[in-house]
Design a protein around this ligand. Structure first.
Ligand SMILES: Cc1cc2nc3c(=O)[nH]c(=O)nc-3n(C[C@H](O)[C@H](O)[C@H](O)COP(=O)(O)OP(=O)(O)OC[C@H]3O[C@@H](n4cnc5c(N)ncnc54)[C@H](O)[C@@H]3O)c2cc1C
Length: 452
């Protein structure tokens, strides 16, 4: 029987394990913290739970526009903490149940490579053992990056993992970093009622995104009174008894009650025995090919450790593809994972989602594309919902009509983008969207309008 050993039980590892078990392998999964994944269950999910609570508060504030007389919402941090714990426990139980159902052996402990085909398991309780493996999957994830100039004490200076929720609601939060994570935290804490300052190292929040998309978000932040420090990099943090001072390289200082570091992550690759097993790395990330194979063909890496797109959705898909590849399914017609076609979303208010080719990238590369855009202010459903902010933009091939990409800014953008993700992956044409008989009134009608 094929011996399939997985180190790390996040979305990458548990998907690899369940798929391999379903395909007939004898699977061992080693997890040192929480089945479901530290980054997934202690960052991705709680951040979305907090955003949902912030969204409910914003909805209540906006309810006058729906013809209601409302009271101001009040946040109960203890109830929010219990809610997050409950969601995490339920998800952990459901993933563990799936692994058990597939007959996966789960070991609570640490795994490391001690030979090309040997993994040493140090359980939390009990003696260490070495297991042999035909295939090894490294899926140990990542953790928040803490820069040299900061000490994340969990009290005044926080990483994201201290923030679900923090012990007290920050009176004034200084968020360092304006990528996806930074803007999501700005959104959630300003919805909770904290004053927020955002340190933006460039001239635009979300520097990797379409400027038109970023502009909608910046407008929303300014409307909410968020203080934007543009073109400034944090380089030191002073903490005194009841506050922080974040010093920036342009001479400005942002003062607040708390600072939150949102400056990316580092891979969990120390102590994994990568050098000993001859696995090539780059800045701690395992170098992988398009099948997620490392420099050792029977050792794969998936999820954040692979240095590809750090998304739970991508991690799961990598895990599935690895199991299929290792167990021979790739010899049948097989679709490689195409990172350029991964949909992603930013859970701000309004939401932002995109997939495939971006308009700016098409123009930068000189590729001829057709770009069509429709604002939600023309949508009956958006008016009914009293939220006509944002737009749908579709990028297609002018010769064939094939959908190449798209962006959506507005309510439920993270759900609506699925239609464009399917179109991009399946090579559908704009006419396929136009000719779909959609529900009326629905926000999705704007997709068909933009495809016209
Ligand atoms: C604030 C934040 C918000 C996010 N929001 C989203 C989002 O909205 N959507 C999205 O798709 N993605 C989101 N992500 C990204 C997502 O959480 C990660 O990309 C995903 O969890 C990666 O999965 P993974 O399996 O590689 O790692 P993990 O989920 O971290 O799982 C890896 C596991 O390996 C274990 N491990 C490590 N070393 C060992 C060892 N030696 N032995 C045994 N076990 C070990 C760890 O304990 C961990 O449980 C977010 C991330 C952050 C930080």
């Amino acid at each position: 029987m094929h011996r399939f050993v997985v180190i790390g039980g996040g979305p990458a590892g548990n998907q690899a394990a369940t798929t391999a078990a379903r395909l007939g392998a004898e699977v061992t999964l080693i997890e040192s913290d929480v089945i479901g994944g530290s980054a997934h269950l202690r960052d991705c999910i709680p951040s979305k739970a907090m955003i949902a609570t912030g969204g409910a508060m914003n909805d209540q504030r906006r309810s006058a526009g729906m013809g209601l007389t409302s009271t101001s919402p009040a946040l109960d941090l203890d109830a929010l903490r219990r809610r997050i714990g409950d969601i995490e426990a339920r998800l952990e139980a459901s993933v563990t149940g799936l692994l058990h159902d597939q007959g996966v052996r789960i070991v609570a402990g640490r795994g490391r490579l001690v030979g090309p085909h040997e993994v040493e398991i140090t359980p939390h309780d009990g003696p260490a053992e070495v297991v042999g493996a035909d295939t090894i999957v490294l899926a140990t994830g990542s953790r928040p990056r803490v820069p040299d100039f900061a000490q994340a004490d969990g009290d005044r200076v926080l990483t994201t993992r201290h923030a679900y929720p923090p012990p007290v609601l920050p009176e004034h939060l200084v968020v360092i970093g304006s990528g996806v994570t930074g803007v999501e935290f700005v959104h959630m804490f300003s919805a909770f009622g904290s004053d927020v300052t955002l340190i933006v190292s460039r001239q635009q929040v979300l520097p990797q995104k379409d400027p038109e998309v970023a502009a909608v978000l910046e407008d929303d932040f300014l409307r909410r009174g968020v203080n934007l420090f543009k073109g400034a990099r944090a380089e030191a943090i002073d903490v005194d008894g009841d506050g922080v001072a974040v010093h920036c390289d342009d001479g400005r200082t942002a003062r607040g009650s708390h600072a939150l570091l949102c400056i990316g992550s580092v891979p969990n690759s120390e102590g994994l025995g990568l050098d000993e097993a001859g696995v090539e790395t780059d800045h701690g990330y395992v170098v992988v090919d398009h099948n997620c194979r490392s420099s050792q063909p029977h050792i794969y890496a998936a999820g954040d450790l692979s240095g590809k797109l750090p998304l739970s959705s991508v991690a799961s898909m990598q895990g599935r593809k690895i199991a299929e590849h290792a167990l021979g399914l790739h010899q049948r017609p097989h679709r490689h994972l195409d990172y350029d076609k991964a949909a992603s979303a930013i859970f701000t208010d309004p939401e932002i989602a995109d997939v495939g080719l971006a308009e700016a990238d098409a123009f930068a590369s000189g590729r001829k594309v057709r770009v069509t855009k429709v604002p939600f202010s023309a949508s009956a459903k958006a008016l009914i919902n009293d939220d006509p902010r944002g737009f749908v933009k579709i990028v297609s091939d002018p010769a064939t009509g094939v959908v190449l990409g798209g962006s959506i800014v507005g309510q439920h953008a993270a759900e609506l983008i699925s239609v464009l993700a399917l179109a991009v992956t399946a090579g559908l044409r704009v006419t396929d969207i136009v000719e779909s008989l959609l529900v009326h009134p629905a926000l999705a009608e704007s997709l068909a309008d933009a495809a016209e």
